[in-house]
Each structure stands twice: as C-alpha cells, then as structure tokens.
Design a protein around this ligand. Structure first.
Ligand SMILES: [Zn+2]
Length: 486
C-alpha cells in the first residue's frame, strides 16, 4: 500500500489523515496494515518513525524530515554538533525513536492550538479537492497567513502531543486567533519563521553570541569592548516590539539579571537558544541603533562638586557622632551609613577630593577598626601586632589542605569540593590553599559538620567573623585545658 506524498509545507500526520480518507480506513487500521512500526508514534508536527512512513509515501526519510517536519526550523541555529547528532539519530532506521521533546518544548507551548487559514482551505478545495494543515501556520508567533495576509483561525486541537483528532482544516471552524490585524512586525517575523522552516536540512547557521556582539558593535549599538547595559537592551527590545509581540512568540518577560538579550551580546561562542529569539535579536539589530552600552553610575562632572561636598559633610558628621557614641566602624560601614560607598568606590581623590579627604581623616582616627576583609589574611599575634600569611603558616595558624583533610578524616582531594562549595574558608598562599588550624583543633566530625552548616553560604567576611568567634571560644577553652595545637 502507498499513500499520496505530502503537499509542500504539509506535516506528515496531515498526509496520513488524507491517506486514511482515500482508503476509507482509520489511522490505527492504516498504520497496522501499512506501517506497523509507526503505530502510536505519529504526532501532529513531530518527526517519529520516519523510515516506515517514508516507505509508505515512497519518498526518502531525509525528505520527510527536511520538508514535512518543524525540525529544520527548530534546529536552524543549534550548535553544529548538537544538530548533527540529532539529525543522524532521527534518520537512523534502527535507533529507538529519540525524544525531540525538549527541542519542541523550548519553542512550542503545550497549550497552543492548531491554526489554519480559511483562504488557504478555499484555495486547496478548489485546486486539489481536499485541504491540508500547514507547518508554517503552527510556528511560534505565526498568527497571520503570509500568503493571504489574513489572520489565522484556531482549530479545536492542540499542536503538540500525539495526534488525537483526524480532521483536516476543511472540517473545522474556529475563531480568528487575533481580534485585529497585528503590527507589521508580526508579518515580518512570520515570514522569517517560514523561511527558516524552508531551510531544510542545511547545516545550522553558525551564529554564536560573538557574531551578534560584533554585529551590535558594527551597527552602533555598543562601543568596542564596552559592557552591555542589560536594562537598556531589554528596554530597547520591549520598545521595538512591545511585550504583546514577545509573549505571542513565546518569549516570556524575564526579570532576572541574565536577561536573554544580554546573553546574546556576550563574547562567547555559545549559541544555545530558540529560533524565535534569534529572529528577534536579528530584527532588533537591523533597526535604528540605541546606545545600550553600560556606563558606570555616577554624577556628571558639574553637579559632582556639590555632591562631593555633601557626601564629605555627611561622612564627617557620622564620623564625629560615631566617635561620640564610642562606636568602631570599618570605612565601608561608615560610608554605607552615609550612602557614600558607591560614590567613593567609583571616584578618586582627584574627582571627589572632599569625600576622599573625609574618608582619610576617618581612617587615621580611633573610631576606625580594621576591615574584616583585611583580617582574612592576618590575625593579631599575642603582642597585638598583625602577622603576615607566612607568619601564620610558620606559627601553625594556617595548615595545608593535606593536613586539614587528615584531621577531618577525609581524603585530601575532598577538600577541593568543600572549598569550592564555599563551605569552608581557604586562604591562598604560595600557590596552595591553607585552612585556619583552629577549625580542626580538638573537634570531632559532628562538631565540624555543625560549624560548616553555620558558616555555609555566607560571604567570606561573615565566615571569617564566625571563625574568629570559634577561635575565641577555642582560646578560652585552651586556657583551662591546653591542647597541642596553637
Ligand atoms: Zn492563507
């Protein structure tokens, strides 16, 4: 038994349904008779069981995959090794059907309904005597027929999943998927999407993030080497297309720091993304450039003078009141209290002289205490002087990873994951990692685990504060019951 091959742009499932009608069989019966290995595997737009189905249509599996599935659209911008692996495994006749699930899931919303164009249906019925579904109408964000320039209609069946309904577009009636004609960008993107679908099985376009980064620089969006201002780029894409358009194309608003648009303009060779995002970034970079370069925050030169005086005054006032209250602060704590820390950090003694002078005055005064970050690498010895890292190692305050591991009763290579997870403080010195000795003094594993839990996932400075407390406790204990360790 053979079936009439699929029409251009027709999904395999639609051609099967037409075949059923030609022979007066149900799909289950037809597959049982003609392609038993494909039974239960046919989905509306998927690419399963290509070999048996290709035999049924007397075409090659490659042609079915290339012209009658959405795989060319979905993989148009995939990294080449991913693409090769996927295509060869889908085409392999002996391989178990591989799951294209995640590829589909990234682009197709599972609640999406099938779409059709009633003018295409009328044309088909007049010229072919039957109608068929079109792949290009089902692509993400395609709500207009680019051939007839009209709004597509919604059929009462879903796009993804197993084929459950054997209807053709001529059998269904549904409402238009949009109330009014959308902005022209929707037409352009629908056209670009269907062009991408028609690429067939040509190797994917090698467009890494670096490609878009270079394009952005060449077209005036960014200066060479400049960082991207994520917020400005996100605003540019939302202004250009509107949130409704982005949502329609399956691009959900993202309010994380790593907005997808910014990832595009990173200097990297990675290009794992969905086709619709690529189409958006390409359309965006073709429009009039907006400056999306990152600028360090800070006032412009003129008001800076006033700001400098204002902040310096606040720092001095806080310094005096801090001393009055007998309070000890680090410089950072003082500056943060006056909202002057960012300004201080991004300025120099030349650009904000008064603020820097006020800070220097504080640093010479009695209210200033040594910042915790400094303490990371030095602790006071018995005479009250500050010891260097080499002194600490010599005095046994810092021990090497092998010794630390031995005291914990674990293998030394297990120290690395512990250190990398931020669970334990380590101090680099002479290309080795050193650990505070008091961590491991007279502790059983249970107590150590308890300490680890207490300090885990805190900033290093906080960890150090915790450790100093532990050290103070250990010191208190050792005065009544001396231990071997310093
Ligand atoms: Zn149409």
């Amino acid at each position: 038994m053979n079936l009439a091959p699929p029409y251009p742009d027709e999904p395999i499932s639609s051609a099967l349904v037409r075949g059923c009608r030609h022979y007066g069989l149900t799909l289950g019966r037809l597959l049982k008779v003609a392609a038993p290995s494909a039974s239960g595997q046919v989905s509306f737009i998927g690419a399963a069981a290509l070999s048996p189905l290709a035999d049924l249509f007397e075409v090659t599996p490659r042609r079915l995959l290339s012209e009658h599935t959405v795989v060319p659209y979905l993989t148009a911008y995939s990294p080449r090794p991913v693409w090769s692996k996927l295509i060869s495994s889908v085409l392999s006749p002996c391989a178990a059907p591989i799951s294209l699930g995640s590829v589909f899931k990234n682009s197709f919303d599972s609640t999406m309904q099938r779409r059709y164009c009633d003018q295409c249906v009328a044309d088909d019925l007049r010229t072919l005597g039957e109608s068929y579904w079109r792949l290009s109408h089902q692509l993400p964000g395609c709500f207009v027929c680019v051939r007839h320039d009209c709004i597509l209609r919604l059929a009462p069946h879903r796009i993804v999943g197993r084929i459950g309904a054997y209807s053709l577009p001529q059998d269904v009636t549904g409402p238009p998927c949009l109330a009014t004609m959308p902005p022209s960008i929707w037409h352009i993107l629908a056209l670009r999407s269907s062009e991408t679908l028609r690429r067939g099985l040509h190797p994917p376009l090698l467009r890494s993030n670096l490609h878009y980064r270079n394009l952005a620089e060449a077209r005036g969006w960014l200066k060479r080497g400049q960082h991207v201002d994520t917020l400005a780029l996100r605003a540019a894409i939302e202004n250009e297309f509107g949130q409704a358009t982005l949502t329609a194309f399956g691009i959900e608003p993202s309010y994380t720091q790593n907005h997808w648009t910014a990832l595009f303009l990173r200097k990297s060779q990675s290009n794992m993304t969905t086709t619709s995002r690529v189409l958006f970034i390409e359309e965006l970079l073709a429009t009039k450039p907006v400056d999306v370069g990152h600028r360090p925050s800070g006032p412009s030169p003129k008001p800076r003078l006033g700001r400098d005086a204002e902040l310096a005054k606040a720092v001095s006032a806080t310094r005096i009141s801090g001393v009055g209250a007998n309070e000890r602060l680090t410089l950072r704590q003082l500056l943060e209290r006056c909202d002057a820390f960012q300004a201080y950090r991004h300025s120099t003694a030349t650009t904000m002289p008064m603020l820097h002078a006020a800070a220097a005055k504080f640093q010479q005064g009695a209210a200033r205490c040594r910042p915790l970050a400094g303490e990371l690498f030095s602790v006071p010895d018995s005479s009250g002087a500050w010891a260097s890292r080499s002194d600490l190692v010599a005095a046994g305050h810092l021990i090497h990873g092998r010794e630390a591991a031995a005291r914990m009763g674990i293998h030394w290579y297990q120290m690395k994951p512990l250190r990398q997870s931020g669970g334990i403080l380590s101090i680099p010195f002479q290309r080795r990692d050193w650990y505070p000795a008091f961590w491991f003094d007279g502790t059983d594993k249970h107590l150590l685990a308890q300490r680890l839990r207490a300090v885990r996932r805190r900033p290093l400075t906080q960890q150090w504060a915790e450790l100093l407390k532990v050290r103070a406790l250990a010191a208190g204990k050792s005065s009544s019951a001396p231990t071997d360790h310093p």
